[in-house]
Write a protein of this length. Structure first.
Length: 345
């Protein structure tokens, strides 16, 4: 299917590939049981002092999810590497016992590879979550977790991002020996299929004429808020910014009024209460606010383990985002000025 044929038929590659996420996650989890267990054994035997994530774009949004999950479930400080420190400044990294978690669809970007090599040379255990198994990133890693997403023809990443989130959850569940999360992952593929079928069409009508939009999340949900904001820009030409429901109160909320639009991601954990509070406040100012929340909101969502709910929310979002792009006259499969693989230095 060519991009133009997809648009003429009102069925995009983005939507099609997002719909493959359930099968992708089932395949990825089944293929990586042993590697997850081995990584967990090594991390428990020699606990890292810190975790450094290396990623760009959607993969860096997955790294945000990893930060919250790793820190809440293992207590290990986790930070995103500034890739240019290695690729442009050639600055050395302090040696130490660290986990370097590299996340990439293509595994080719030169700055990503430079940062991972820097971490490896400084003594880090390198674990790569990568879709392209034969990539340079896979060759650098101590352990490779194939995302098993297959080829993504749409420029907008969907199933590979969801597979990254599921892989992070599986790794942390094994590392922390968290049985509830491990059980929740078993149910995830079926729930992804259910989430993809949910009706988020009210968001298409609400956001079709929008020019500025905030996407709110908090805690485990912040990474998918970042991803949704990127997809609004990338596929619909809609200026969107993501914020923590806590951070948005430190200045950005001053511009929210009756001409503003907001998409908020809730959940069933304590962090989601703050999202609901801010959503209510913005509604009171006259903003157009849609809340996606398994606890009850404007858009339907599935209740699950709190760490799983964001994965289900972004799956529902992707289908809506494809429809919104079409409604705004955009081709989400081939955004202007973008390529599938971005190789930054």
């Amino acid at each position: 299917m060519t991009p133009n044929a997809a648009i003429d038929g009102r069925h995009t590659l983005m939507e099609q590939e997002a719909g493959e996420a359930a099968a992708t996650v089932a395949r990825m989890l089944a293929a990586n049981r042993d590697p997850f267990a081995e990584i967990a054994r090594r991390l428990r035997a020699s606990p890292p002092a810190a975790v450094v994530t290396c990623a760009r774009g959607s993969s860096d949004h997955a790294a945000t999810y990893a930060k919250y999950l790793i820190e809440t479930m293992t207590g290990t400080p986790t930070a995103s590497a500034a890739l240019s420190i290695a690729s442009l400044y050639d600055a050395p990294a302090v040696t130490g016992n660290r986990l370097c978690l590299a996340i990439s669809q293509s595994g080719k970007s030169p700055d990503l590879l430079a940062a991972v090599e820097q971490q490896r040379d400084a003594g880090a255990l390198v674990v790569a979550l990568v879709n392209a198994q034969g990539s340079p990133l896979a060759a650098l890693a101590d352990v490779v977790i194939p995302l098993s997403a297959g080829v993504e023809r749409s420029v907008a990443a969907t199933k590979s991002y969801i597979a990254s989130l599921a892989a992070i959850a599986a790794l942390v569940a094994a590392w922390s020996k968290d049985a509830p999360l491990e059980n929740a992952l078993t149910a995830l593929p079926d729930q992804l299929a259910e989430a993809f079928a949910l009706d988020w069409s009210p968001a298409v009508g609400a956001f079709q004429g929008a020019t500025n939009l905030f996407v709110l999340g908090r805690g485990y949900g912040l990474g998918v808020a970042q991803e949704a904001a990127l997809k609004f820009k990338e596929t619909s030409g809609l200026h969107a910014e993501s914020f923590s429901a806590a951070e948005v109160r430190h200045g950005p909320m001053a511009i929210v009024g009756d001409a503003f639009h907001v998409l908020a991601f809730g959940g069933t954990d304590r962090a989601a209460a703050g999202v609901r509070d801010v959503a209510d406040e913005f509604r009171g100012r006259g903003a157009t606010v849609l809340l996606a929340d398994p606890a009850g909101g404007d858009l339907p969502a599935i209740a699950a383990h709190p760490a799983i709910e964001p994965i289900l929310l972004i799956q529902s979002f992707y289908r809506m985002a494809s429809a919104l792009a079409l409604a705004r006259g955009h081709n989400p499969d081939s955004p202007p000025h973008l390529n599938k693989v971005t190789e930054t230095l």
